[in-house]
Design a protein around this ligand. Structure first.
Ligand code: SAM
Ligand code: DTB
Ligand code: SF4
Length: 320
């Protein structure tokens, strides 16, 4: 008895989403939890592990990112990883209980030659019995089709923020570029993973606008990561922003759950800065996925033992 497909809306108005944000907290969370229970096991969480397969020297100027060549961070650039190294990490992720292995590259877009190397990785990781996800930057429609043929399960490409606020965060590519790649991924029949970051200096209206864009896509993304900014020294956003209010963060998860009832909402980057109680509220608000493993791409994630302890404490289990 999940929400019928015909009831999934793609015509959200900004004012309606802002109204959800303005609801009394308990009313919003109650609504989100009801929708969550209609569509998912409320005590299960999907877990994905991340591996950065190409590090640093990215030509894009994303002002939050440790890997942009425009930012003066301490990241050592590394070329595309060897297949064997990737497989060792994928096996370790599987042994820890991850269901999906997500490989990220600090590229504006992959060259066709690099894409072929990554395709080998996808094939071999899939052969281990893991779902696969990639995040490589912009894709052409033919690159997306090639990845589908290789058996890729998910492609991550975040909108990051609202169309209105976006130019203050990134200037080397447009919002439309992001939407075009999402369209290529969707048309290739690959599951779409797309979300954003809170804590870039955006307003509540920007958060509502970003969620509106995601929900009003022709099909809701199967996976919606909600990241809290990880402040990396040397990036323009380090130390400049006001930390995201925890209650506002939870509200954003709840609104995502309400307007995209079938999407898996991932409580993504920033968990090392969140209390167990904040994470518990995020799960109550409808988050049902996390990144699992001690590292995100270049920054820390909670250690696996801590995550296991938290899930145990909450009586939650990892989705198999
Ligand atoms: N280069 C590709 C791209 O940007 O699409 C893929 C890798 S990129 C690092 C993947 C996503 O990680 C970004 O879109 C952003 O949402 C997230 N991210 C990067 N740095 C972050 C940070 N410091 N805090 C939170 N999220 C971050
Ligand atoms: C997503 O939305 N968050 C992940 C994943 N998709 C690729 C990345 C988080 C990166 C956090 C900063 C870092 O580790 O460099
Ligand atoms: Fe490059 Fe992606 Fe980082 Fe932007 S977020 S600088 S595109 S690696």
């Amino acid at each position: 008895m999940s929400t019928p497909i015909e009831d999934l809306r793609h015509d959200w108005q900004l004012a309606e989403i802002e109204q959800l944000f303005s609801l009394p907290f308990n009313d919003l969370l109650f609504q989100a939890q009801q929708i969550h229970r209609t569509n998912f096991d409320p005590n299960s969480v999907q877990v994905s592990s991340l591996l950065n397969i190409k590090t640093g020297a990215c030509p894009e100027d994303c002002s939050y990112c440790s890997q942009s060549s425009h930012n003066k961070t301490e990241i050592e650039r590394e070329k595309l990883m060897e297949l064997e190294t990737v497989l060792t990490a994928a096996k370790a992720a599987k042994a820890q209980g991850a269901g999906r292995f997500c490989m990220g590259a600090a590229w504006r877009n992959p060259t066709d030659k690099n894409l072929d190397k990554v395709i080998n990785m996808v094939t071999e990781v899939k052969a281990l019995g893991l779902e696969t996800c990639l995040t490589l930057g912009m894709l052409t429609d033919s690159q997306a089709k090639k990845l589908k043929t290789a058996g890729l399960d998910y492609y991550n490409h975040n909108l990051d923020t609202s169309a209105e606020f976006y130019p203050q965060v990134i200037t080397t590519r447009t919002y439309q570029d992001r939407l075009d790649t999402l369209e290529h991924v969707r048309e290739a029949n690959i599951n779409v993973c797309s979300g954003g970051i809170l804590g870039l200096g955006e307003s509540i209206e920007d958060r509502a606008s970003m969620l509106r864009t995601l929900a009003n896509l022709p099909k809701h993304p199967e996976s919606v990561p909600v990241n809290m900014l990880v402040e990396v020294e040397g990036t323009p956003l380090a130390g400049s922003g006001v930390a995201v209010d925890a209650i506002d963060f939870v509200r954003t998860i709840a609104v995502a759950r309400v307007i995209m009832p079938h999407s898996v909402v991932r409580l993504s980057a920033g968990r090392t800065e969140m209390s167990d109680e904040m994470q518990a509220l995020c799960f109550f608000a409808g988050a049902n996925s996390i990144f699992y493993g001690d590292k995100l791409l270049t920054t820390d994630n909670p250690v696996v033992n801590d995550d296991r302890a938290l899930l145990d404490r909450l009586g939650m289990n990892i989705l198999q």
